[in-house]
Ligand binder design. Structure first.
Ligand SMILES: Cc1cc2nc3c(=O)[nH]c(=O)nc-3n(C[C@H](O)[C@H](O)[C@H](O)COP(=O)(O)O)c2cc1C
Length: 229
């Protein structure tokens, strides 16, 4: 759409928007640790410490058996020996896609720090015990939402949701140990983790790649390389 002096076009308004602020912490490549999880948790802690909004929110990208791609936001639950951990309903579209094709990516963006992290690799379900522990750690409201109905299925009306949610909340409160069978914790076990940082000097990209012994899944030490921005 063409703009006017009072109201520039959308293209002009978008071009005028700043992306990053000042005083960006950047990425010190020489000080980068051997393990990408160490650098990731360091960046996440800096984001938490600075009070950035939802620093643990990430975009999970998946592709189904036919290669159709989808992406959505979710919450990071942990980073541990299993990998980058998240939880959802196994019968949701993302859970179904992961069952068909376990390869996925998590993308974190901390605008105020001018940083992005891309974590790529296969996703594994962590099993009933870990899934139950995650479900029971959720608030009553979150458990009721998960229980109320099949995530992402068409909903007939807001009233239908309200009625199901009220019943689910009553059920959760009556049975505090109740676990939704469909709830699943997953870990993305990275084969590569890429750190991107903007700074007044330009952009820096550092990719960690896990080398694996031919024919085994045994991880070897990570290799690090710089990438063209
Ligand atoms: C900030 C934020 C956090 C979210 N966290 C989760 C989460 O941890 N797990 C989840 O299943 N959905 C979460 N959602 C909802 C998902 O983005 C998505 O709408 C839902 O999981 C259905 O996705 P699907 O149809 O691709 O399976 C979150 C949404 C937002 C905006």
């Amino acid at each position: 759409m063409t703009g006017t002096p009072d109201r520039p076009s959308l293209r002009e308004r978008l071009r005028a928007l700043p992306v990053f602020g000042a005083d960006l912490p950047g990425l010190d490549v020489d000080a980068a640790p051997e393990e990408p999880s160490t650098l990731f948790v360091g960046w996440l802690d800096e984001a938490i410490g600075a009070g950035l909004p939802a620093p643990h929110a990430a975009t999970l990208s998946t592709a189904d058996a036919s290669g159709r791609v989808d992406a959505r936001t979710l919450i990071l639950k942990d980073v541990d020996g299993d990998g980058w951990v998240f939880a959802t309903r196994a019968d949701s579209p993302k859970g179904v896609a992961l069952a068909q094709n376990p390869h996925a990516a998590l993308t974190f963006f901390w605008r105020e720090h001018g940083r992005q992290v891309r974590v790529r690799g296969p996703v594994v379900p962590l099993g009933p015990e870990a899934s139950a522990a995650d479900f029971l750690a959720r608030s009553d409201f979150s458990r009721a939402t998960a229980l109320a109905g099949p995530q992402s299925a068409p909903l007939a009306s807001p009233d239908a949701y309200r009625t199901a949610w009220d019943a689910a909340l009553a059920q959760v409160r009556a049975q505090p140990g109740l676990v939704l069978d469909a709830w699943a914790s997953y870990a993305l076990e990275p084969t590569s983790v890429e750190f991107w940082a903007s700074s007044p000097d330009g952009q820096t990209r550092l990719r960690y790649t896990a080398s694996t012994e031919a024919g085994t899944a045994t991880p070897h030490p990570w290799t690090k390389e710089l990438l063209w921005p």
